[in-house]
Structure formats: structure tokens, C-alpha cells
Write a protein that binds this ligand. Structure first.
Ligand SMILES: N[C@@H](CCC(=O)N[C@@H](CS)C(=O)NCC(=O)O)C(=O)O
Length: 237
């Protein structure tokens, strides 16, 4: 079987084996859920700007995930990739549901995860992510994150207890929803909202598994989030 789609992913500079980007994982979950075959192309941070512009015209800021279509053209952005898959594989399980309102609500949940969970995770994974890079990628990662956060290297991580508290507080609504459905965020089946949440978890776990365990899996005194994480694993490969 020839595989027509290529997914450009982000990997660590040291082993080139660890795919940790939450944005890339959204695209991977979408492909896996729809059972769409693809070839994975691993890139380090520094390879993104030298590779992605070759397949995308008029791109100002190259990022991954980028999905290269059969035509050779590159499609940037996890949400655009999910929409493309939804449109081109209508016979496969749906990411966004049947109505526009289901899609809008899932995007609202995406904004929640991004604004309420990502910041503390980002601070907690900063040093491990830095340690996962080879020297040139570590230098790039450090200077780009110092610039975007406005903080010096040693201060980006912030206070551990504050990070844990923030995550626990902001996970409360997620925990309640999982308790309510007894299954996925969406209910009996997963969708975009679940894959956005699961991608944040995969990112955290790939960079610092012990912190992930403490901050997410053990945040609440029951098995709700842990059982969710176990269910997510069927799409993690
Ligand atoms: N909105 C984009 C965000 C993509 C994005 O920011 N990707 C990051 C990896 S998580 C990236 O390519 N960063 C390049 C860099 O930091 O130099 C999406 O969801 O695809």
C-alpha cells in the first residue's frame, strides 16, 4: 500500500524518537481515530524552518504539524488538518459531530485547555524539554522561550507548588465532566475536545512523566482521570 500523506512532527534533538508537541498530537489523534494511514517525518525545532517552507507557499511562520498531501502541498495547523480529514474521510468516525454547534462547543473546550491547562504544563515541561535537545536545538529553544515568556532561563519554570495548584484548580471542571459522562469528555465516544485534552497530557507525560503523574493523574483522589488516560492509550502510537 502506498501512503499518500506525510505528517511532519516535532522530535527531541538528542534521540529523535520522542514526539512531544501537543499541536502535533492533535493531528496524530485525528489521523488515528479516523484510521487514516500516513508516513511520519520527524523534525527537530531547527529543521522546521528549513523544511516546511519548501511545501507551503507564502508561509510567514513555519510550524508543525504540517500534513503533506498527495499533491505535494503542505497543510499547516492542527485544526486545519482535522477539518481536512473530516471533509475527506466522511465515512470514518467524526471529530466534530453532526452539527455546527457541536463543533463550536468543542472549540470552546479547546480554548479552555489552551488557556487554563497549557500555561502551567508549559512551565513544568520547560527544563525537561530543554534537557531533551542536542546543543544547537537547546540554544534555540532557550532563546526562543526566553523571548516569548519575557523571563530568563532559570525563571521560566516558576514555582512548582503554584503550578500544581493552578493545574488542580483548572482540572476540576475536566474532572467533573469525566465523572458526569463516565467516559470521554464528549460522552460515549471521543472527538476533537478529547484529543485536545489528551494531547496536552501526552506532551506533559513525554517530557516529565513523574510530574505528569503527580499533577494530573493524582490530582484528584479517585481513578477518574487515570481511567481516562488508560482509555486514551488506544490512540497513542
Ligand atoms: N496553531 C498551531 C500551533 C502550531 C505550533 O505552535 N507548533 C509548535 C510545536 S507545538 C511549533 O511548530 N513550534 C516551532 C518553534 O517553536 O520553533 C497548531 O495547532 O497546529
Amino acid at each position: 500500500m502506498t501512503i499518500a500523506l506525510k505528517l511532519f512532527e516535532l522530535v527531541d534533538g538528542k534521540t529523535r524518537q520522542i514526539s512531544f508537541s501537543p499541536a502535533v498530537w492533535r493531528a496524530k489523534f485525528a489521523l488515528h481515530y479516523k484510521n487514516v494511514p500516513y508516513e511520519s517525518v520527524p523534525l527537530t525545532f531547527l529543521e522546521i524552518p528549513t523544511t516546511i517552507p519548501n511545501m507551503c507557499k507564502n508561509l510567514t511562520s513555519p510550524t508543525v504539524p504540517t500534513l503533506q498531501l498527495e499533491s505535494g502541498e503542505g497543510m499547516v495547523d492542527s485544526f486545519a488538518i482535522a477539518e481536512y480529514l473530516e471533509e475527506n474521510y466522511p465515512d470514518r468516525p467524526s471529530l466534530f459531530g453532526k452539527t455546527a454547534s457541536e463543533k463550536h462547543l468543542q472549540r470552546f473546550f479547546e480554548s479552555y485547555v489552551q488557556s487554563k491547562l497549557h500555561p502551567a504544563i508549559q512551565r513544568m515541561v520547560y527544563l525537561p524539554m530543554y534537557g531533551m535537545q542536542d546543543e544547537p536545538n537547546a540554544l534555540y529553544f532557550r532563546s526562543s522561550r526566553e523571548k516569548s515568556s519575557g523571563r530568563a532561563h532559570d525563571l521560566i519554570t516558576g514555582n512548582r507548588d503554584d503550578n500544581l495548584r493552578e493545574l488542580k484548580e483548572n482540572l476540576a471542571l475536566v474532572h467533573t465532566q469525566l465523572l458526569r459522562t463516565g467516559s470521554w469528555i464528549l460522552g460515549s465516544h471521543p472527538g476533537w475536545a478529547d484529543f485536545v485534552l489528551a494531547s496536552a497530557f501526552v506532551w506533559f507525560n513525554a517530557c516529565t512523566p513523574n510530574d505528569f503523574e503527580e499533577a494530573i493523574l493524582d490530582a484528584y483522589d479517585d481513578q477518574v482521570i487515570r481511567n481516562y488516560w488508560i482509555k486514551v492509550q488506544q490512540y497513542v502510537y
